[in-house]
Structures are given as C-alpha cells and as structure tokens.
Design a protein around this ligand. Structure first.
Ligand SMILES: [Zn+2]
Length: 231
C-alpha cells in the first residue's frame, strides 16, 4: 500500500492518481480472483462467462479475498505469447486483416496469432486466467470464431476492472510474407478494436533468420507487452 501511495502522490499532477478500490462485477470469475478486483472476506465464486455459459476449464472455488495483500495498483503490466502452425489451404489473418499468403493458420478459431497474444497480455495484466480457459478450444461455440470477439471480451473485463490501455507493444515473428505493406492497416485496426489511440499501439515484425519452424514458413508467433493504467 505504501508503494501505491507513493506512485499516487508523485503522479498526481499528471492526473493519474489512483481511485479507491471498488467492488467490481465481472462476467467471468476466475479460480483465484485477484485481490484488487474484489473486496470482502470469504466469497463463494460462481464461474460464468460473458455469454452466461460456464467455461469448462475453471471450477468454482471458495477463495479468501481482501486483507493485507489487497491493493489497487495505478499501473498493471501484462505479457502475451502465441504461436500457430502455418498450413496450406487456410487464410492468414493477422490483427483481423486477411494477409495474402500461400498458407495460413490451422486453429480452432480464425487463428489470429496477434489478437490471441494481445488478449493474453490484457488478461495477464488483470491477473486473470489465459485465453484458453476463457474460450476453451473444446467448445464448438468458438470454432471459426473471429478473434475480435475475444478482444472485445478482454477489453470489457479491463474496463470493468477500472483500467484502460496505457500503451501496447507487439512483435510478430514470421519468415514470409513481408508485413511492411500491411503493418499500418493491422496497427490501425488493432487500435480500433482496443478502443485505444493509435499512438499508444505499436507493432513490429521480424523474420526468424530462416531457422526453426518460424524461419521455415511453417509457423507464426507473436509477443505482446501491455501497460494498463487505472482510469
Ligand atoms: Zn492462438
């Protein structure tokens, strides 16, 4: 708490002071809810997804919340990583944009490696379970789903927890095709999906020096780091 107070006072002139901790109603309750999202003593959690269907991978559990470890941070950092196999006969969707290529991602949803790792970065910053637990690939409901659905859900969770995007930095790793002609379109679409100013969303792309599956055009990967700020 001392650390939060220090942050709050030194950043107050910039308008980034913390807000008091308020109980938050989440559409999805993870197994161990981060203490900053919940106040109170002992809570029996009911696990319900945004659509009202309980995710299969997470079980209800009694957790003890509040107490000495509970604090509301002015900033939260999250990291996301994803990798998909590239196979002929599938579209290559990156950041919601269809990229012309001789192969694409074989995946349960649309295989959008960038959006998946952005979702995981936001969930990670919030201290929530990963994308696979919220949208289990065993559920036919998500088969072929546009990954923008997952982004919207993550943004909703972030908003309900009282945070907004500070900035986001993503790196795509693929040997082919060259992404420079599409980078700006992808970045702008990603900013739009996140409801964030394009100036705080950064996208980089690099090859894998022709080594391993990434360098042999057999897979594509992405990393994302996101900073969330208390609204
Ligand atoms: Zn994925």
């Amino acid at each position: 708490m001392a650390m939060a107070t220090k942050f709050s006072s030194s950043y107050a002139p910039l308008g980034l002071a913390t807000k008091p901790n308020t109980p938050t109603s989440l559409p999805f309750q993870p197994r161990t809810l981060p203490s900053f999202l919940v106040t109170g003593k002992e809570t029996k959690l009911r696990v319900v997804s945004a659509s009202g269907v309980a995710p299969t991978a997470v079980e209800p559990e009694t957790v003890r919340t509040g107490g000495k470890g509970s604090k509301t941070l002015p900033f939260r950092v999250g990291h996301g990583f994803d990798l998909h196999r590239l196979e002929p006969g599938y579209p290559l969707i990156i950041g919601g944009i269809d990229i012309p290529h001789d192969r694409g991602c074989e995946a349960h949803s649309d295989g959008d490696v960038l959006l998946h790792c952005v979702v995981d970065a936001i969930l990670g910053a919030l201290g929530l379970p990963d994308i696979g637990q919220i949208f289990p690939d065993s559920d036919p409901k998500w088969k072929g789903a546009a990954s923008s659905v997952f982004i919207k859900e993550a943004v909703k969770l972030m908003d309900e927890a009282g945070y907004e995007i500070g900035n986001l930095d993503a790196t795509l790793i693929l040997q082919r095709p060259k992404l420079s002609p599409f980078k700006e379109t992808i970045r702008s679409h990603l900013s739009e999906l996140l409801g964030a100013d394009p100036s705080v969303v950064n996208l980089k792309a690099k090859t894998h020096e022709k080594v391993d599956s990434l360098g042999e055009n057999r897979s594509i990967a992405a990393h994302t780091v996101v900073l969330l700020m208390r609204k």
